[in-house]
Design a protein. Structure first.
Ligand SMILES: [Zn+2]
Length: 468
């Protein structure tokens, strides 16, 4: 059923990516649910309890807050410090020390025009066990050794190992984790680089699997949603560990799936933006330039765009001209750019997607526990996508959004472009429950916010790809 039609990629200028295959990349350096859903991503859930890493102040709603916050006004620069790992061999922009400021009052903002309303309502509930239709499972055993089986207690942090998703996830840490994962599971994980960000950080590509049939998963198009990066990294680790140990994960035969499929993962599409969110404006390459951009939220913790102030999920050449742009100039979010695919991160994702025969794609965002699965223009041209979306919804208990009707609302996202370009399934998955803020979630609640519902998504999608 699957055809390899040679499509013509709409990439304007093609760059060669640096290909650094291997395990030691010296340079290898995340309410309309009630009301409105933006081209993605609503807002977060703040916790009070503590764990490792950042202290409580990090999760307050206004750290890195410019002095006189005001919509559309340039921002003065903010504040303080914390330690951060240095990445040996990393030659990109130096990643400075994080800054943690005091708190302010909560930011109340209304999201711009959003997408549509969910069809059903099952967001954020306990996780159902998946029942993949075709891959038989040898051992029903859950995860082995270090990782205990999915814990019934959401707050119990049982996921152990290399990737620590319970603290704000940084680019530097991701690089370190990638190297360790590749060294620990060389039989199933390899690393590559899909391109570079504006500030020169590598857009790391984790290849998980040995098979011919490929799918692509990506996270953190939006800076403040970096929890999607730690999620994808944890996914890679858990699947690799299961592959190595028991061959099974939940009800999935991970051995069989990863022998026949390969999951390409770009955990952090927007590393410069994540750096700003997590480390603060003192650590960006051009602080003045960032300060001159429009701030649509009060703090840098709520930044979504890349470091050029372009919203990367409004940049793809898919109905870009029709895409609504309420700001029209470089900003913390919502600016679609002067033209489609001007940003290096977007170009890299397009090149990667065109260079590989991905059977399907999923782009991860945060806040909403919903799945965007189709646009009006392409829904009838992608066979089986609705059934797949329904199964994914059942697996995750995330609600399915209605087919997106209006290009001025849905246009120019990665998933929209992928559907249009390849006429294959592409999902925009909003992990985590919607809450009333725009600051990142409390990472200490990773299990409850993300993992319990989303841990099987990668295997589900790879399994689906094998059927097509
Ligand atoms: Zn988003």
């Amino acid at each position: 059923m699957h055809q390899h039609q040679g499509h013509h990629c709409s990439i304007r200028h093609t760059r060669q990516h640096k290909v650094r295959l291997g395990t030691r990349p010296a340079l290898l350096p995340a309410a309309v649910l009630l009301l409105v859903f933006l081209a993605s991503c609503g807002r977060p859930v703040m916790g009070k309890d503590m764990s490792q890493g950042k202290d409580a102040a990090f999760y307050e709603e206004t750290v890195f807050t410019p002095e006189a916050p005001k919509n559309d006004d340039p921002m003065p620069a903010p504040v303080s410090k914390t330690e951060q790992a240095h990445v040996p061999g990393y030659s990109g922009t130096p990643d400075p020390l994080p800054t943690i400021g005091p708190e302010n009052e909560p930011v109340k903002t209304s999201e711009p025009v959003g997408k549509t309303m969910p069809e059903n309502t099952s967001a954020s509930s306990p996780v159902p066990e998946p029942v993949p239709s075709h891959t038989p499972m040898p051992s029903p055993a859950p995860s082995p050794t270090r990782t205990a089986a999915p814990s019934p207690t959401p707050q119990s942090q049982q996921l152990q190992g290399i990737v620590n998703p319970y603290v704000p996830y940084t680019y530097d840490q991701m690089i370190i984790d990638c190297q360790e994962l590749a060294e620990t599971y060389p039989e199933i994980i390899s690393l590559d680089v899909a391109g570079q960000s504006v500030e020169g950080r590598d857009l790391v590509l984790v290849k998980l699997g040995k098979g011919e049939k490929k799918i692509i998963l990506c996270g953190s198009h939006h800076a403040r949603e970096y929890i999607t990066s730690s999620y994808l990294m944890k996914m890679a680790e858990e699947y690799a560990k299961a592959y190595h140990d028991t061959g099974s994960y939940g009800n999935y035969n991970v051995k069989d799936i990863l022998d026949r499929a390969c999951i390409y993962i770009v955990p952090m599409v927007n590393p410069d933006g994540v750096n700003l969110v997590v480390n603060g404006p003192d650590h960006v390459g051009d602080k003045e330039a960032v300060a001159a951009m429009a701030m649509l939220r009060k703090s840098y913790r709520e930044w979504k765009a890349n470091i050029n102030g372009v919203d990367l999920n409004r940049q793809y050449p898919a109905e870009w001209e029709k895409k609504y742009d309420e700001i029209g100039r470089p900003a913390s979010e919502s600016y679609k750019g002067e033209a489609p695919s001007t940003e290096p991160e977007v170009k890299a994702m397009m090149e990667l997607s065109c260079a590989n025969d991905f059977i399907l794609a999923a782009s991860f965002h945060s806040k909403g526990n919903v799945i965007y699965w189709a646009d009006r223009g392409t829904v009838d041209l992608i066979p089986g996508v609705k059934d797949m979306a329904k199964r994914l919804s059942k697996l995750t208990r995330y609600s399915l959004m209605p087919v997106s009707e209006d290009p001025s609302v849905y246009g120019a996202g990665y998933e929209n472009w992928f559907r249009l370009e390849f006429l294959r399934p592409a999902f925009c998955i909003e992990l985590t429950p919607y809450n009333n803020t725009d600051v990142p979630h409390d990472d200490r609640k990773f299990d409850k916010l993300v993992w319990n519902n989303a841990k099987y998504i990668g295997l589900f999608l790879a399994d689906e790809a094998l059927k097509r």
